[in-house]
Design a protein around this ligand. Structure first.
Ligand SMILES: Cc1cc2nc3c(=O)[nH]c(=O)nc-3n(C[C@H](O)[C@H](O)[C@H](O)COP(=O)(O)OP(=O)(O)OC[C@H]3O[C@@H](n4cnc5c(N)ncnc54)[C@H](O)[C@@H]3O)c2cc1C
Length: 462
């Protein structure tokens, strides 16, 4: 068993400790399959509603991955009393683990913690939903009727799921045989559908919109394949991946590896197929053929996993903060808003042209901290985000292809091995180490992505 004691007061060395621990743990896992634990010694924040103070130097909108990490970083920079985070949810979820929850490899309760426990101690938690942003007057308005003004605004509102854009959903989830790892309410339905699979088509969809973690729609497919093999039902199943995209994955190196896997596992892939309707009472899914407008096909299913259409947060609409497609319009290198110099963005809500992941949030957070520091000093931002993002493509209950790449779709791999090969160590990274890195590194503002370690691992060559 490998133990790592993390003391939050010594944050400067913690990132290094965590990464070192991660690497030590991998080695240990390799050697003897031991269990890894981290014990953390942090103060727990006590939450509250809005106080009479209605102005903060920095207001962070959204208390998800990006909002909490920026709250922690800004607290260290300017003091907790000058920072507020506006977030309505009582619970904070580590969404990447839902892939494993949908496949029965983790339980849902392991993915959530009270928001009060992740808000950086002393930072104001405004437990409300922002309803309106007025960047011309440096003000936001919440659903509890409060008006909060700011000097600097960090927008970290994530994205919105649109199950309702598929005819027959969300009410179709009341029927069995259908699930979706993308929401708290439906992720366990995936596992139920998988366990109850008898015979027929197991269908996995990918929508015709940007999505978060573009690998997740097929990760659950590989896990389902593995589960059906394990339970002796695979010969009775047709596994079908119907994706709106013209490719299996956006980066060629990893797409090539995935094509080999789907071929060897006898999985049917239909490109440019977009789910438009679910007739859950009849177990039918209707897909439009994006290359033949007006044409659609009906697939019967024994199990259906839905990845919903997704879009920008509605509150950005009409705020003059959004781009033509509704996403927060930021500079792709500095993360500063293209129109309002005191507004910044991070994570899924932005129009950064990279894959939307928590790994991307980590890399963005250190750049954004630097950008804000410079802007506060009236200097020019000087650190550039290269689009780093990562997707641990789970290919079975013990293997992962760890995709890491930049804005240009160029692999940006941390480890000095070919990461397009299925790896057991990378599975343990995904299932056991990354959650710890998330809760104790990223959310504390201590993990800015693996960039420095990549350099180290490649002897300064990358
Ligand atoms: C099934 C699944 C698998 C994934 N797998 C991976 C993976 O393997 N690796 C990886 O790196 N990433 C993965 N991700 C993606 C990752 O979880 C997201 O990219 C990441 O959480 C984005 O952070 P964010 O802060 O932008 O958004 P979020 O973490 O979603 O946070 C947005 C926050 O804004 C709040 N909010 C929304 N509207 C308002 C409002 N009006 N007012 C105030 N607050 C508001 C929300 O309540 C939420 O807390 C996965 C996601 C899913 C669903």
């Amino acid at each position: 068993m490998v133990g790592v004691n993390v003391n939050c007061n010594r944050y400067i060395s913690v990132t290094t400790q965590i990464m070192a621990a991660a690497l030590t743990s991998q080695a240990a896992l390799l050697r003897r399959g031991s269990r890894v634990f981290f014990s953390v010694n942090c103060h727990v924040h006590s939450s509250g509603g809005v106080t009479s103070k209605e102005h903060y130097k920095i207001v962070v909108l959204g208390g998800g991955s990006g909002g909490i990490t920026m709250g922690a970083r800004m607290k260290r920079k300017i003091g907790a009393e000058n920072v507020a985070i506006v977030e309505p949810s009582e619970m904070h979820y580590y969404q990447p683990i839902w892939t494993l929850v949908g496949a029965g490899a983790k339980i849902i309760t392991s993915s959530g913690r009270p928001t009060a426990s992740v808000i950086p101690p002393g930072v104001k938690w405004v437990k409300s939903r922002v309803m309106n942003i007025d960047p011309k007057n440096n003000t936001v308005f919440t659903d509890s009727g409060h008006k909060i003004s700011y000097d600097y605004l960090i927008v970290a509102l994530g994205l919105q799921l649109h199950y309702e854009k598929i005819k027959g959903l969300p009410e179709g989830f009341e029927h069995p045989k259908i699930g979706s790892n993308y929401s708290l309410q439906t992720v366990e339905k995936t596992w139920t559908a998988l366990q109850n699979f008898k015979e027929g088509n197991a269908i996995f969809s990918f929508p015709n919109t940007p999505v978060k973690c573009a690998g997740a729609p097929q990760k659950i497919m590989y896990l389902s394949d593995a589960f059906l093999r394990k339970t002796g039902k695979r010969s009775k199943a047709n596994i079908i991946y119907n994706t709106s995209l013209p490719v299996l994955f956006g980066v060629k190196k990893y797409a090539d590896a995935l094509w080999e896997i789907v071929k060897s596992r006898h999985i049917d892939v239909n490109l440019r197929h977009n789910l438009i309707e679910v007739r859950a009472d009849r177990r039918e899914a209707v897909f439009e053929d994006l290359d033949r407008p007006g044409e659609s096909k009906v697939f019967e299913y024994e199990m259906l996993h839905v990845t919903p259409p997704m879009g920008p947060p509605a509150v950005l609409k009409g705020s003059s903060l959004e781009d033509h497609a509704g996403w927060l319009d930021v500079n792709k290198h500095t993360l500063q808003h293209n129109k309002y110099a005191n507004v910044f963005g991070i994570g899924d809500c932005t129009n950064l042209p990279t894959s939307k992941t928590a790994a991307a949030v980590a890399a963005q957070s250190s750049v954004l901290q630097r950008t804000i520091t410079k802007v506060m000093k009236k200097d020019k931002p000087d650190k550039e985000y290269d689009g780093y993002t990562s997707c641990p493509l789970v290919t079975s209950y013990n293997t992962v292809i760890l995709a890491e790449f930049d804005y240009n779709g160029q692999p940006l791999e941390t480890f000095p091995v070919d990461q397009s090969k299925e790896s057991r160590i990378m599975y343990h990274m995904k299932a056991d180490i990354m959650p710890h890195l998330y809760w104790h590194g990223l959310l504390k503002g201590l993990w800015g992505g693996p960039g420095p370690y990549r350099k180290l691992m490649h002897l300064g060559m990358k």
